[in-house]
Design a binder for this molecule. Structure first.
Ligand SMILES: Cc1cc2nc3c(=O)[nH]c(=O)nc-3n(C[C@H](O)[C@H](O)[C@H](O)COP(=O)(O)O)c2cc1C
Length: 327
């Protein structure tokens, strides 16, 4: 998917949050083998909770085992001591060695020193914000550009200043508010599905867009068939914000797993030591049915990396090859 997007003229983004340095390097090299075009690597910038209550951890896995059993799924509780989560700082040396041109991150801030180290190597950095305060915070650390992630966005909220109570700001208000206050390019994310959506965010002051849910049903998507079918069958009212999957707030398609976990909210451990039975995670944004191939697009010359902006003059055609939208 990453290679296909970059080869098509967008900026594919390789998510390596939580992966070991070795696995991170392997994934990067796999993408490099598939495309000569630049791509971004995406990190999780969170810290681990100081401690996890073993009783809460055991209760959560007991519930997961029960839910899994109803679907004939095996559920083995991992040992809390053996669970290893790799952090961004474990992966950063690999990104520098592999000369990744664009590094994006979510769930936090990498810190001024790390941003400076990337900048010294000519690497573009993109942080994720869900409110103006977070955007200003990231700008203060020296990032090259900031994602404005509206409440419509599929998947996890990038919130890091108030993770327990994520801001719920709609994309239009968020992009406009941030674009008026920061001096760096703003990348709009959340519920953008087509050229008209991209164009609207540009009118609000965005200089690029980030798309996620629009790609879930692509042939290149690693989503399970059941997941893709759930996306295809969903309506504009199907998604909810939930902590059920990982302990961190995320938008997903409401399903039986979310419903069942709502009865057990106290058992959900703090991210990332929560868990989920396979094939139940259905993250998707508020408008989910189309599939295009432009995850990051920028206005000409607006983003610090000319390679991101390269794909700026895009158009959308209908099945008769008539232009229905052009920027
Ligand atoms: C299934 C799924 C997985 C995602 N994983 C990541 C991730 O690893 N890192 C990240 O920064 N954003 C991630 N996102 C969020 C996207 O970067 C983006 O903010 C979001 O998809 C935009 O909203 P949309 O889904 O409505 O297009 C994910 C989104 C989805 C739907």
């Amino acid at each position: 998917m990453v290679a296909a997007v970059s080869s098509a003229g967008g900026l594919g983004s390789l998510p390596v949050g939580g992966q070991s340095p070795d696995r991170t390097r392997t994934l990067i090299r796999e993408v490099k083998a598939l495309t000569s075009k630049p791509f971004a690597v995406n990190l999780f910038a969170h810290q681990l909770p100081a401690q996890v209550d073993p009783g809460q951890f055991a209760r959560m896995h007991q519930i997961l085992r029960q839910i899994g059993a109803a679907y004939g799924m095996q559920w083995e509780q991992p040992s809390l001591e053996n669970l290893k989560f790799f952090l961004a700082q474990d992966q950063i040396p690999v990104l520098l060695e592999e000369k990744i041109p664009v590094v994006s991150f979510t769930f936090g801030a990498l810190g001024s020193e790390v941003i400076q180290a990337f900048s010294n190597e000519g690497i573009v950095t993109i942080g994720t914000s869900t409110c103006l305060e977070e955007a200003l915070f990231l700008q203060g650390q020296g990032v090259s550009a900031v994602v404005a992630q509206g409440i419509e966005a599929g998947g996890h909220r990038g919130t890091f200043l108030t993770p327990e109570q994520p801001p719920q700001i709609g994309l239009a208000a968020l992009v406009r508010g941030i674009a008026k206050q920061v001096q760096i390019p703003v990348i709009a994310a959340g519920g953008i599905m087509d050229g008209a959506g991209i164009s609207a965010t540009f009118s609000l002051g965005a200089q690029g867009v980030q798309l996620g849910s629009a790609f879930l049903r692509c042939a290149e998507s690693a989503g399970a068939p059941g997941y893709k079918a759930a996306v295809a069958a969903s309506a504009d009212t199907s998604t909810v914000l939930t902590r059920a999957f990982t302990g961190r707030w995320a938008r997903g398609i409401r399903n039986e797993f979310i419903q069942k976990m709502e009865e057990h909210t106290a058992a959900v451990c703090p991210y990332p030591r929560s868990g989920k039975p396979d094939k139940t995670h259905a993250g998707a944004g508020e408008t989910r049915k189309c599939a295009s191939v432009i995850p990051v697009v920028g206005r000409p010359g607006s983003l610090p990396c000319p390679r991101i902006a390269r794909r700026a003059n895009c158009a959308e055609t209908d099945s008769g090859n008539r232009t229905i939208w052009k920027h």
